[in-house]
Design a protein around this ligand. Structure first.
Ligand code: NAP
Ligand code: MG
Length: 502
């Protein structure tokens, strides 16, 4: 399992024995990738792609206009039919080649993730592994999209259900796990015979889009099957969501933008299917019989990995009153040892926040906690966009501080009188993405997990898990639809009932 093994204990293995790639580094990240060509965007404006740690300029990218966007969707539509008719093994081989590109260029890719998205070296290694695993899973999908022959109550009648690609898939991805969250849609969509137009976040135009295009181009993906548009959401965002060509749109990002996109997509002249992976407010519940040390370690990684900017990050730590004081003390001591600062330092867990609006959101959260008078157990400096880990105890579950998705290195600890109150607290949120419960009694943990209103619950582990063959998704305002494995095959294919009368 890629995520947790890397996060807990396997960290050192992530970054030793790096072999420098013998291939020349990718270049030419200055425009759009449309119809297999690297071309200038025609909006007349530029995305200046900066390193959030030191503000150095990584790329200057001419932005896409509405005409470029339209061209990208039509290029995808034109390329899709021939791609869908390739043999399953031909499509699978593109993903196997992409895996070897990932291997050959590991340090180049990890370095981009560190420089462009503020990923610590630890997190960048985890993300690289998640993308690689997603490509291996995608290689199994061309042969896994299977139809049915179904008995019906009529002599001589045969009912068949054929499974077909949907056509073109539109993908909008965020900046926090840009390469992985783009690839999590792109790889299965392509593997199933669809063509794709991808719009990365302007904060991560390379790792969210153009770099992925380079990898698939090197792996032999035909021109036009994957297109990347980089541009301002204010200019091309609504046109992307409303465009009649894509039959399915997947969006990974915040709940307000997801709602907006759903509304705009509903105005499209052709109805489309929507997959929404949105915000979270994951509770990690520590019951009275928990292994305290394991719970502390999981809460620490679950909160502070990627400076808390993960949809599954542990946003609330809810602890049974009988072990509350011991937990707060142990967690406080552990958090004081977390290394923050330069993301390129292999020991750093907390690097810079991705952008200034993120920084404002996180400093607002800290201010909110202080105004409420919650006990500040750990605090530290804010230097540039690096916010030192903060811990607040005695937080009330109903406070604004606890109801918000903090998306930063700030941990609220909440005391629950007993198991029933812990469950009520866990569920008292508009979100329902991930969650975790700690107990030494597996049956108790399972019964508790089954009552949590979330798409994902982990017993005795961190809240952050994403395996390419296991369902991923949320309830309530955390989203619609399911990713990964056989679930994403359903999202990115459509069924055609064809009957034969003999
Ligand atoms: P965001 O502001 O919603 O942006 C996500 C993407 O949408 C970016 O590519 C953004 O581009 C684009 N966008 C913004 N406005 C748009 C519009 N009107 N039309 C079309 N596209 C538009 O989210 P974020 O701040 O980048 O990411 C953080 C949020 O994502 C958190 O809430 C987190 O929980 C959630 N998230 C969820 C998952 C999940 O799997 N459930 C995974 C990761 C993150 P620009 O950035 O260029 O504006
Ligand atoms: Mg940047």
């Amino acid at each position: 399992m890629v995520w947790v093994r890397a996060a807990q204990g396997g960290i050192a293995l992530q970054h030793n024995n790096e072999q420098p790639s013998s291939r020349p580094a990718y270049n030419g990240f200055d425009g759009q990738y449309i119809a297999g060509r690297w071309i200038a965007g025609t909006a007349g404006s530029t995305t200046v792609d900066r390193n959030p740690y030191d503000d150095s300029v990584l790329a200057e990218i001419s932005q896409a206009s509405l005409a470029d966007l339209d061209q990208a969707f039509h290029a995808a539509k034109a390329a899709q039919g021939a791609w869908a008719r390739t043999l399953p093994s031909e499509r699978a081989s593109v993903f196997l080649k992409a895996v070897s590109v990932m291997d050959a260029r590991k340090e180049e890719i990890v370095s981009w993730l560190i420089r462009e998205s503020g990923s610590s070296r630890i997190k960048a290694g985890v993300e690289w592994g998640a993308v690689r695993a997603g490509m291996l899973e995608a290689a199994t999908m061309p042969a896994a999209a299977q139809g049915h022959i179904i008995p019906v109550d009529k002599p001589g009648k045969e009912a068949r259900v054929y499974k077909k690609p949907v056509g073109v898939v539109g993908v909008i991805s965020p900046w926090n796990f840009p390469l992985h969250l783009s690839n999590r849609s792109v790889a299965p969509a392509l593997a199933l015979g669809n063509a794709v137009v991808l719009k990365p976040s302007n904060d991560t135009p390379v790792t969210g889009g153009l770099l992925l295009a380079k990898i698939y181009e090197e792996a032999g993906l035909p021109a036009g099957v994957l297109n990347v548009v980089v541009g301002s959401s204010a200019v091309i965002g609504d046109a992307f969501s409303r465009h009649p060509v894509p039959r399915v749109l997947t969006f990974t990002g915040s709940t307000p933008v997801g709602r907006h996109i759903a509304q705009v997509a509903g105005e499209s002249s052709l109805l489309k299917r929507l997959g929404l992976e949105l915000g979270g407010n994951a509770p990690l519940v520590v019951l009275d019989d928990a292994d305290l040390e394991k719970a502390v370690g999981a809460a620490l990684i679950g909160r502070f990995m990627h400076q808390g900017q993960i949809c599954m990050s542990t946003n609330r730590i809810i602890v049974d009153a009988s072990i509350y004081d011991r937990f707060v003390e142990a967690f406080t001591e552990a958090v004081k040892t977390v290394k923050y600062g330069d993301p390129n330092d292999p020991h750093t867990l907390v690097g810079p926040l991705c952008n200034d609006s993120q920084l404002r959101n996180v400093t607002d959260s800290i201010a909110r906690a202080r105004q409420s008078g919650f006990r500040e157990c750990v605090s530290g400096p804010i230097e540039g966009r690096v916010v030192a880990p903060h811990v607040f105890a005695d937080v009330t579950n109903s406070s604004e501080f606890a109801r918000h998705e903090i998306f930063g290195p700030v941990a609220p600890i909440i005391k629950a009188a007993n198991e029933a109150e812990a469950l009520a607290f866990a569920n008292d949120t508009e979100f329902g993405l991930s969650s975790a419960v700690f107990t030494r009694d597996e049956a108790r943990g399972l019964a508790f997990a089954q009552q949590i209103e979330a798409g994902m619950t982990h017993i005795n582990d961190i809240t952050i898990h994403d395996y390419p063959h296991v369902m991923f998704g949320g309830e309530k305002n955390s989203g619609l639809g399911r990713f990964n494995g056989k679930w994403i095959i359903e999202e990115f294919t459509t069924d055609h009932f064809i009957s034969i009368q003999r």
